[in-house]
Design a protein around this ligand. Sequence first.
Ligand code: HEM
Ligand SMILES: *[C@@H]1O[C@H](CO)[C@@H](O)[C@H](O)[C@H]1NC(C)=O
Ligand SMILES: *[C@@H]1O[C@H](CO)[C@@H](O)[C@H](O)[C@H]1NC(C)=O
Length: 507
Amino acid sequence: MIEVLLLVVLIASVVQYVRIRRTMSFARNLPSVEPCYPIIGNGLLFLGQSDEKRFVNVNTALSHPAKLFKMWIGFVPMICTNDTNMAQKILTHPDCMQKPYFYDFFKLEYGVFSAHYDIWKGQRKALNPTFNQKIINGFIPIFDTCAQNLTKRLMNHKTVQIIPFIQRCTLEMVCATTIGTDLNRQEGADKLSYLIDKIFHFVSRRILSVFIHLEYVYRLTQDYRTEQRIRKEAYKYANEILRDVRARKATETIESNDGDEFRKPQIFIDQLLNHQIGKKFEEMEIIHNVYTMITAGSDTSGNEMGYVSLMLAMHPGLQEKVYREIMTVFPGSSDPIITPEALKQLQYTEMFIKESMRLFPVGPNILRTPIKDVDLDGLIVPKGTFLCISIFNAHRRKEVWGPNADKFDPENFSPERVEGRHPFAYLTFSGGTRNCIGSRYAMFSLKIMSIHLVRNFKLRTNAHIEDLQFKFDAMLRLSTEPEISLERRRTGAKNAEGGELRPLVTS
Ligand code: HEM
Ligand SMILES: *[C@@H]1O[C@H](CO)[C@@H](O)[C@H](O)[C@H]1NC(C)=O
Ligand SMILES: *[C@@H]1O[C@H](CO)[C@@H](O)[C@H](O)[C@H]1NC(C)=O
């Protein structure tokens, strides 16, 4: 069996190698990331390394000082850039809106994140309005309740690894705002997120092992069988949840005949099911987009808020500044009434969050693949080539961010400094028409979590920025999360004794 597998892999590899070499001759004169060998390419950077070492190696490779350079992952070639204008060109080029074939491994090809260009185009146009400012304003009460729940849960702890708590909170937020499901009532949704996580684990593994990229080779592996089993279970839960949502919607339509149609915020699923958005979504598109939003919206903001919390804990002076601003906008000790206008006033808090996202962008690399040959400053890049923009590197380039690019400094986002900067220098939410659809949603939820955290606790940690290590993953994940100590603040503590509003959780 193993011999057959090896032979299949070998033949497939040679065929692929010869084919790709021919089309890749355009890149012959581009500098290459080293060390590089025939057939395995830059594979030594990944093979047999720990996840931490892989992160460092890939990141160092992607910091190569050239406007255009190439990197090989197995025999798959990738063109990368160190240049802001080039990044803009790629991210805004109409023929570069497609993602490489291995996004298909997520098997969410009818969801907007991994869909091929032709499907993506119509979906994205239809979905953009579902993230407009009015709708996101309507989510504020949901973000608020979930963030209050987060601080309640934290009150039982003196020191914590905070990210799992926050992830739970962002998952509650995204379930409530996309499918209207209260995670605390619906067992299925909780289970579903666990299953989706598992699926992503298998997909990431497969993306890194070029030898199992080919579907018929992958099918011979144990991973494939396990992944299939998990998927089956996940789809079962997803269908149950969707059935519940549909049943609920049916009763709501009857109720809303009393003329009270606007009492609830229009959540994502309502818009998909009601076809209010100018495009009829097929069953599969609805399921894939619900999955997409839950995954794209929870783990991302969850980890990002983890980085914000760590930065608050590491910089007590700046934390006080954030605290003072929050107390100025929301004075008094009772629960603040959060409005869009008040959120806008939190300018320093926003600078603080943006700076955290600069140093720790949860989507560290973006990949694209042109659907036609494209001209990048005179270099004709054939369709099907991979293009890569390393956001992590772009955010730490001294030429752009100055000699202290590695230091944490919210003043990087003062109005004066922002004004003088290239619009594509800061790419936390990517750029162009295939950027993050949830960027405003994320900013609101991060601000609201910050309000509740900082009003209730003083955060401290012994860790330093230089201590943070990352794992190689599609997302920027810490290899070990430092502990944060939480000291109750008076403002919050007084609240918590208010009984009904903020009962202490005793578990
Ligand atoms: C701080 C939090 C977040 C960060 C840093 C972030 C970052 C990103 C980045 C870099 C991309 C581009 C990925 C690529 O090109 O492969 C992206 C895409 C996307 N994000 Fe986010 N995101 C965040 C939160 C959210 C939230 C809260 C949602 C939804 C509620 C969301 C939904 C999406 C979707 C659907 C896409 C795919 C868009 C498309 O391909 O048209 N994200 N995000
Ligand atoms: C990018 O690489 C070019 C050489 O190709 C170099 O001249 C330039 O300074 C680099 N730019 C940045 C921002 O690193
Ligand atoms: C907040 O937490 C309480 C108790 O854990 C739970 O019953 C409630 O459903 C939560 N609310 C939300 C919106 O998650």
